[in-house]
Design a protein around this ligand. Sequence first.
Ligand SMILES: Nc1nc2c(c(=O)[nH]1)N[C@H]1C(S)=C(S)[C@@H](COP(=O)(O)OP(=O)(O)OC[C@H]3O[C@@H](n4cnc5c(=O)[nH]c(N)nc54)[C@H](O)[C@@H]3O)O[C@H]1N2
Ligand SMILES: Nc1nc2c(c(=O)[nH]1)N[C@H]1C(S)=C(S)[C@@H](COP(=O)(O)OP(=O)(O)OC[C@H]3O[C@@H](n4cnc5c(=O)[nH]c(N)nc54)[C@H](O)[C@@H]3O)O[C@H]1N2
Ligand code: SF4
Ligand SMILES: [Mo]
Length: 694
Amino acid sequence: MQAIATHCPYCALQCGMHIADSPGLPIVSGNARFPVNKGGLCVKGWTSAATLGHRDRITTPLKRDSAGHLVEASWEDAFALVAQRIAAVQAEHGPNAVGVLGGGSLTNEKAYLVGKFARVALRTANVDYNGRFCMSSAAGAMQRALGIDRGLPFPLEDIARTKVLLLVGGNPAETMPPLMQYFQAQQEAGGRLVVVDPRRTATAAWAARHLAIRPGSDLALSNGLLHVLIRDGLIDNAFIEARTEGFDAVRSLAASYWPERVEGLTGIPQRDIVETAHLLGGASSAMVISARGPEQQAQGVNNVLGYINVALALGLPGREASGVGTLTGQGNGQGGREHGQKSDQLPGYRRLDDPDARRHVAQVWNVEESTIPAAGKSAFELLDALGGEIKALFVMGFNPAVSAPDSRRIAERLGALDLLVVSDFFLSETTEKAHLVLPAAQWAEEDGTMTNLEGRVILRRRAVAPPAGVRTDIEIVCGLANALGRGSHFKYGGAQEVFAELGRATAGGVADYSGISYERIDAENGVFWPCPASDHPGTPRLFQERFPTTNSRAKFHPVTLGEIADRRDAEHPLLLTTGRVLHHYQSGNQTRRIDELRELMPHPVAEMHPAAAARAGVAEGDQVTLTTRRGQVTLGVTVTRKVREDTVFVPFHWGGSQSANTLTGTALDPISRMPEFKISAARAERAPSTEEPE
Ligand SMILES: Nc1nc2c(c(=O)[nH]1)N[C@H]1C(S)=C(S)[C@@H](COP(=O)(O)OP(=O)(O)OC[C@H]3O[C@@H](n4cnc5c(=O)[nH]c(N)nc54)[C@H](O)[C@@H]3O)O[C@H]1N2
Ligand SMILES: Nc1nc2c(c(=O)[nH]1)N[C@H]1C(S)=C(S)[C@@H](COP(=O)(O)OP(=O)(O)OC[C@H]3O[C@@H](n4cnc5c(=O)[nH]c(N)nc54)[C@H](O)[C@@H]3O)O[C@H]1N2
Ligand code: SF4
Ligand SMILES: [Mo]
């Protein structure tokens, strides 16, 4: 059996794998020649083929009948129904009454088409994607400070060579296990990893140093590190002078974050703060990398800006084996935020309000520039308007009934729509409210490009045939556009033709893909954007000479610690934080169906410190009820000193009565509109069901 080289369906590491079709399940093996994972895969990658021939696959369109059941329909009927209902909604409420939600798991080609479909076929302003819940705070901060949003401005191989790495609120030992080989190589070369996390995660336990920060206090830590760096003469004055602006304001601000005060704010011992600053300031190379911990907060943009300040003061960007960045999360979390499925964006990371960008893209799309709508609502606001301003919604690659904050309310809003159309390969908590479900082909059944966490554009190859009856998302979008009478703008002979048009649309933009082709990706193990010409080598490392800002300088931002939106009080004394565990992915709609993974972790388990557990009267193995101002969840508990006494951790990969997002709040970052997934005020009590009988 011939094995095809392709990539994992899940996270942004996009590990290279081989898939060989076989009479049973296709066989997965790691691709040792792909330079990112070098053959390594995590348990989700190893078991990923189980999604392909899965018994739960939907293979015909499903339409909701008058009794409320989903029943089989033909593709023709499905497309006709969408066209007719959308025409009715738009005739009554205007074009913007139709919303579109895409996702960071979609290939670049699909993400590009989702944006084009919204603007050209539906003519709605209201298109956005699930990356608002993921990368938007890091993106907002990097654009403001560095002029560009590419998660890592350097390849992973640089990690192995850096002397000190400050990893803030990321747990790659569970979220990207094959990445650990770079930390291992770094350690073997004498480097040090410092992890900032309220939990002693598998990553923190492995690191040279763990700073157990109080959730919501990252700005005190970053300003505290700056304070010590300035006080002890460890900043790079030449770099600050030559390549940045705005340092003075940050210097005065940092003066008020002396170590003793920062210890009080963060719970991190003063000595650790000073020693970490000295480690960073004394190293010949260093990196500062954040992940969702500090980013998924209502002050997420400022949190990232605070750490960028530290990196700029140390002169890290552009230095050998050094820099500042973020670990992008979803499979195509990077490319998914570049090609126009964001409400304010056109392909190539162009701004929708930039007249030149509009003209350029209008010409590629062959439409009048004036017909391209202005910016619309961001994901949470769009979800919040369902049943109000938004009457019809098309969803591709997003399961907001599980992944959105205050999810019970979002599920209600989904139920208030005149029309909900979802493209997915499985039913989900979101399709429970759908009027129409369209069965899509998945990862290894179709071609397409993804852009990994390094900015490397890679090719996911079709390795097996999709089940009879399903269509690719590209065929679905083009079919819908055709039914809406806009088919002439959506004629493609396959993914490669979409990619060629995407290349033209991005030409001259920030994320310029115009020099990238499927052939080059194959030959070069991926190509780093920007790559503006077919003879351009691509750009593994950014900021070598300049920053892509108006004056070529990076910008410091004076950012101060704000209050947590969901204040603790006597009734809600704990800080609830949410995130991931190794065995499940996101809303769990893929991994909860895989027997091995479900057996390894069938239910969510809350992590509580022994002292907090004692106060709540719960013991290992009990059920605990967590209550926030939004709702209540009862789940298993593990009592462990790995988590701070004031913090409870719950994974968010389950829906229904076990959904962590029943508990989370809807405070949003003012710039990125990121919800505060990482902090809710909560109360813990022993669940009555576990009480002994009298
Ligand atoms: N197994 C698995 N892997 C995945 C995914 C998955 O669902 N499952 N999803 C992928 C995606 S889309 C993403 S975005 C990435 C996310 O990858 P990570 O960012 O590594 O994962 P999280 O668990 O969301 O959060 C990381 C850590 O932030 C810490 N944290 C919480 N509050 C704070 C705080 O206030 N400050 C600091 N400094 N830290 C805090 C948490 O304790 C947690 O350990 O993972 C990707 N990989
Ligand atoms: N409490 C809490 N909530 C969170 C987070 C957190 O840390 N805590 N993290 C947030 C983050 S970082 C993220 S990225 C989001 C993720 O949230 P979601 O995007 O809602 O999670 P997924 O499970 O990836 O949902 C994707 C859906 O699309 C389907 N799908 C996958 N690929 C494709 C495709 O190519 N085509 C089609 N048509 N369908 C596809 C899957 O089967 C699944 O049903 O959750 C956010 N929510
Ligand atoms: S680390 Fe990410 S890309 Fe690699 S095998 Fe695991 S889920 Fe897949
Ligand atoms: Mo994410």
